[in-house]
Design a binder for this molecule. Structure first.
Ligand code: SAH
Length: 344
């Protein structure tokens, strides 16, 4: 049975009912995976883009129920990198052939717009040939405009779930899906390349919710779509909920590849955490980006969104060579490239 898969590949669309069926495994899964890989090869060959992830602060004013660095987790040891440390990560990253730097963190009031602009300006001056990606959570339009003017050109902000009711089950009342979406639209208007996405298997998630995620992404048409399994963290209110599944995450990556042939789809750290070869399987299911860690080894364990995060003991250089081997083991290759989206 591959009728739905074949039609999704041909038209990049299906009805809600058909998507539900497909998500729930109604078609031949191996055929879906093979088609997703073929579509990925059509658009990106066997190239895999890298992004150097710099987790620069784990202070956060928010209290998302799933996240290990939520404000109420008093067990978390907090850290923030200095501007010099961040620039040192970039220098090392550039030497290691990274051409995109991703600054990700909690929503940390210490990093005012001025401080972010100062950091972005310096990275932009030193590395004119690199993309600067920010992933700082929800910011006002004026702040986003200033970061853009300073030289940032990409922003990652997962919508987390596109269903209002589900959003409320994952976040405290101060946070709203409407505001998160507004940020995403502002980012698009300001000319950022935008990444969004969601967790797979998050608490209370239904198949209908996943259809809503796909519909929202069709509206937004982001450049990158990052998904990974929900992974539990014992210092959160969701400690009793099980992890999302690798199989469902791989399945969703393939569906995303057929619906968004042009998209940048990362094989995420969460996928590598749930299975030792999760990222490799992610690539085989249609992903074409990996995001190894460039943070100083000393702080990696502290940026603990979920438990058992991989690569926390490795130096950046080890991560790079380990990942090159892993990518090559499934027939793709890491390229030294800024890795822009290829919209045809
Ligand atoms: N503060 C930023 C960065 C968040 S961390 C922001 O708000 O965008 C990046 C992503 O990690 C989140 O968007 C979320 O989808 C994911 N994440 C957080 N907790 C997680 C968990 N327990 N399991 C899996 N993914 C998680």
């Amino acid at each position: 049975m591959s009728e739905l898969t074949e039609r999704l590949q041909r038209t990049q669309n299906l009805s809600d009912e058909e998507l539900m069926l497909l998500i729930e495994g109604g078609d031949d899964q191996e055929d879906l995976r093979r088609r997703a890989d073929a579509v990925r090869r059509e658009h990106y060959g066997t190239d895999v883009y890298t992004r150097g992830l710099i987790e620069f602060t784990n202070y956060c004013r928010n209290d998302c129920y799933y996240c290990g660095i939520r404000r109420s987790n008093t067990a978390a040891k907090r850290y923030r990198l200095s501007e010099e440390e961040i620039l040192a990560c970039c220098a090392q990253g550039y030497e290691l052939d990274f051409r995109t730097f991703v600054l990700q963190g909690g929503e940390d009031g210490y990093f005012t717009d001025d401080r972010i602009c100062s950091i972005v300006t310096k990275i932009r001056e030193r590395y004119p040939d690199c993309a600067i990606t920010l992933s700082l959570g929800e910011k006002e339009r004026e702040s986003l405009r200033r970061f853009r003017d300073a030289g940032a050109n990409r922003y990652l902000l997962r919508h987390e779930t596109a269903d209002d009711e589900h959003y409320k089950k994952l976040h405290p009342a101060q946070l709203s899906l409407a505001h998160r979406k507004e940020c995403l639209w502002n980012l698009k208007e300001l000319g950022y390349q935008v990444g969004s996405g969601f967790m797979v298997g998050s608490p209370y998630q239904t198949t209908q919710n996943l259809v809503s995620d796909l519909r929202f992404l069709q509206e937004l048409q982001p450049d990158m779509i990052g998904i990974g399994p929900y992974l539990t963290h014992k210092e959160t209110p969701f400690r009793e909920f099980p992890n999302g599944s690798m199989e469902q995450t791989l399945h969703m990556i393939s569906i995303l590849r057929l619906m968004f042939p042009y998209a940048l789809l990362p094989a995420t750290t969460a996928l590598g955490t749930i299975h030792p070869r999760g990222r490799e399987m992610g690539l085989q299911a249609g992903a074409n980006v990996v995001m190894p860690n460039l943070s100083p080894t000393g702080v990696r364990k502290l940026y603990q969104l979920y438990e058992n995060k991989i690569c926390t003991g490795d130096e950046a250089a080890e991560c790079r060579s380990c990942l090159s081997r892993r990518v090559a083991s499934v027939g793709y290759q890491i390229v030294t490239d800024v890795g822009d989206v290829k919209r045809s």
